[in-house]
Design a protein around this ligand. Structure first.
Ligand SMILES: Nc1ncnc2c1ncn2[C@@H]1O[C@H](COP(=O)(O)OP(=O)(O)O)[C@@H](O)[C@H]1O
Ligand SMILES: O=P(O)(O)OC[C@H](O)CO
Length: 495
C-alpha cells in the first residue's frame, strides 16, 4: 500500500484525506473551528485550535482508511493563505491569535504606504497590491502592537509564519521553520522573480529578517513527522497554498489552463508558465509552485463572496434551509425577471478592489419573488468570476479555452451552466470536487518520486457547454456592470 495523507487547513475547517496511489479516497475527516471577531473587520483564529483540529482529522482519516504504521508514503499539506502567525522559537508558544486573511485591520497602514508612493515597488517585486489581505502588514501590526515583540524578533527569538509554516513546525516538533514558495509569494515580503525575501520590502515594512522562515520547494521532502499522534518519520513532501494546490490538482500545469474554486469566495487562477506576467487589470501575479528549483507562475483573481451569498440566503434571509436547496428554488423561474444582486458584503475583490462597495439588490418589481432572488444570487457568482476571467484573458493575451471548477458551490449545475454561458467556453467539473487536497497529495507523491498517485482527474469530468448567444451575454454583462457601479463606494459615500 502506498497511501498519501493530505492535510487541507482551510479558513473555516481543517480536513484530511488519505488517497491511494490512483487518487482514490481511502478515508477522510473534517472539523470546523471557532472564528473570532474581536472588532468589526477583524478576524482571528486560535493557533492551538488550528493545529489541534488539523491533527485530530489527520488521525481520524488515517484510522478510517484502516492503514497500519508503514502504509503512508508521504504527507502533503495545503492551507488557507496569508493568515499570519508569530510564535516563540524556544517554547513554541504563539504571541497572539492568528490574523486571518480576511482581517482588514491594516487598511490604514496600506493607505499610508500607498500615499508614500510605495505601491509600485510592492507591485513590481511581489505581484500583489497594497491590501490588508496579505501577510506583510499583518506581521508589522503584530510587531508594533505586542509589547516587546519587535525587540525579541530582532534578537531572533521569534518565528513568523503563514499556516503552512505553523503546521510544519508542529508536525516536526519544532525542528523546521520553513514556508513553500507559493505561500511565501503571498506575504508582500517575497520577490517573486527570485523567490527570495527582499531586503527593500522588509525595510519598507520594518520587518526584521530574523523572524522569517526558509523558503522551500512546493514538492520534495523537507522533513519528516515527529509529533505526537501521527506515526513518526512520514516524509513531508508537498506544501502549497490552497488555491495553488487546487490549480495543480486540477491538472492546470501549463500556460493558459485555468481553474475556479467556488467555496466561500471564488478563487480563479490561470497558469502562465515560468514567467511572471504583470497585470494591467488589478489581478495578482503569484507563484503557482516551485519544483526542482523551477518556478511556475499564475495570474489570480479573488472574489470575496461566492458560496457565501448562498449562506446568506440561508442564514440571513431564511430563503432556503440548506445550500443545495437553492438550485431547485432558482429553477422555478426561467430568468431573474430583471433582478440583479451584487453581493459586495465585504467590499469587492478583483478586479475592482473596492473595500467600500456594499451589497445591493436592484431591478425588483411587484412580480419579484423568492426564486428570482435565488437565481440572481447564483448568477452573481458567475458574473463576478466572468469579470475576473475577462481581465485575465487581457493580461495573459490568451483566451481561456476551458475552465476547470471545484469547491462546494461547483456542485450546482445551474450555476455551472450559467458560468459556461457567460464565459462562452466549456466548464469542466471533476467527479471529486476536493481538488485542493488532491493537489497537495499529488505534490507530495511527486516529492517522493511516486508517479501513479496523481489523481486521474480527466476521466470523470462533467462538461457544461455554452448555450447563450454572445449578443445575450454582452447584454447581460452590460446590466451587471451597471449594477456593480451602483454598489461601488457605497460605504464611503455614507460617511
Ligand atoms: N448546491 C450548492 N449550490 C450553491 N452553493 C453551494 C452548494 N453547496 C454548497 N454551497 C456553498 O459552498 C460553500 C462551501 O464550499 P467549500 O468548498 O466547502 O468552501 P470553503 O472551503 O471556503 O469552506 C458554502 O458557501 C456553501 O454555501
Ligand atoms: O480556506 P479557503 O478555501 O477559504 O481559502 C482561503 C484562501 O487561501 C485565501 O487566500
Amino acid at each position: 500500500m502506498q497511501a498519501i495523507l493530505a492535510l487541507d487547513q482551510g479558513t473555516t475547517s481543517s480536513r484530511a484525506i488519505v488517497y491511494d496511489s490512483h487518487g482514490g479516497v481511502l478515508g477522510a475527516a473534517q472539523q470546523g473551528f471557532e472564528q473570532h471577531f474581536p472588532q468589526p473587520g477583524w478576524v482571528e483564529h486560535d493557533p492551538g485550535e488550528i493545529w489541534q483540529s488539523q491533527l485530530a482529522v489527520a488521525i481520524q482519516a488515517v484510522e478510517r482508511a484502516g492503514l497500519s504504521r508503514g502504509d503512508i508514503s508521504a504527507l502533503g499539506l495545503t492551507n488557507q493563505r496569508e493568515t499570519t502567525l508569530l510564535w516563540d522559537r524556544q517554547t513554541g508558544e504563539p504571541l497572539h491569535r492568528a490574523i486571518v486573511w480576511q482581517d482588514r485591520r491594516t487598511a490604514r497602514l496600506c493607505e499610508e504606504l500607498r500615499r508614500d508612493g510605495q505601491e509600485r515597488l510592492f507591485r513590481e517585486r511581489t505581484g500583489l497590491l497594497l491590501d490588508p489581505y496579505f501577510s506583510g502588514t499583518k506581521l508589522r501590526w503584530l510587531l508594533d502592537n505586542i509589547p516587546g515583540a519587535r525587540r525579541r524578533a530582532e534578537a531572533g527569538e521569534l518565528a513568523f509564519g503563514t499556516v503552512d509554516s505553523w503546521l510544519i513546525w508542529q508536525l516536526t516538533a519544532g525542528r523546521l521553520h520553513v514556508t513553500d514558495a507559493s505561500n511565501a509569494s503571498r506575504t508582500l515580503l517575497c520577490n517573486i522573480h527570485e523567490v527570495e525575501w527582499d531586503p527593500e520590502l522588509l525595510a519598507a515594512l520594518d520587518i526584521p529578517a530574523a523572524v522569517l522562515p526558509e523558503i522551500i520547494d512546493s514538492s520534495g521532502v523537507c522533513g519528516t513527522t515527529a509529533c505526537e499522534g501521527l506515526p513518526h518519520g512520514i516524509p513531508i513532501a508537498g506544501v502549497a497554498g490552497d488555491q495553488q494546490a487546487a490549480l495543480y490538482g486540477q491538472g492546470c500545469q501549463e500556460a493558459g489552463l485555468a481553474k475556479c474554486t467556488y467555496g466561500t469566495g471564488a478563487f480563479l487562477l490561470m497558469h502562465t508558465g515560468d514567467k511572471p506576467i504583470p497585470s494591467a487589470n488589478r489581478l495578482l501575479t503569484t507563484v503557482a509552485w516551485r519544483i526542482d528549483g523551477r518556478t511556475d507562475y499564475a495570474l489570480e483573481g479573488s472574489v470575496f463572496i461566492a458560496g457565501a451569498v448562498v449562506q446568506w440566503l440561508r442564514d440571513g434571509l431564511g430563503l432556503i434551509r440548506s445550500s443545495d436547496e437553492i438550485e431547485a428554488l432558482a429553477r422555478q423561474v426561467p430568468d431573474t425577471g430583471g433582478v440583479y444582486l451584487v453581493p459586495a458584503f465585504a467590499g469587492l475583490g478583483a478586479p475592482h478592489w473596492d473595500p467600500d462597495a456594499r451589497g445591493i439588490l436592484v431591478g425588483m418589481t411587484r412580480g419579484t419573488e423568492r426564486p428570482h432572488i435565488a437565481r440572481a444570487a447564483l448568477e452573481s457568482v458567475a458574473f463576478q468570476a466572468t469579470e475576473v476571467i475577462g481581465a485575465m484573458e487581457i493580461d495573459a493575451g490568451m483566451a481561456v479555452k476551458q475552465l476547470r471548477v471545484d469547491g462546494g458551490a461547483s456542485t450546482n449545475n445551474l450555476l455551472m451552466q450559467f458560468q459556461a454561458d457567460l464565459l462562452g467556453a466549456p466548464v469542466a467539473r471533476p467527479a471529486d470536487t476536493e481538488a485542493t487536497a488532491a493537489g497537495a497529495a499529488a505534490l507530495a507523491a511527486r516529492g517522493v518520486g511516486l508517479n501513479g498517485s496523481s489523481p486521474a482527474r480527466d476521466e470523470h469530468l462533467t462538461r457544461f457547454d455554452p448555450q447563450l448567444s454572445r449578443y445575450e451575454v454582452e447584454q447581460r454583462m452590460g446590466v451587471w456592470h451597471r449594477a456593480v457601479a451602483r454598489a461601488g463606494g457605497w460605504a464611503r459615500e455614507e460617511d
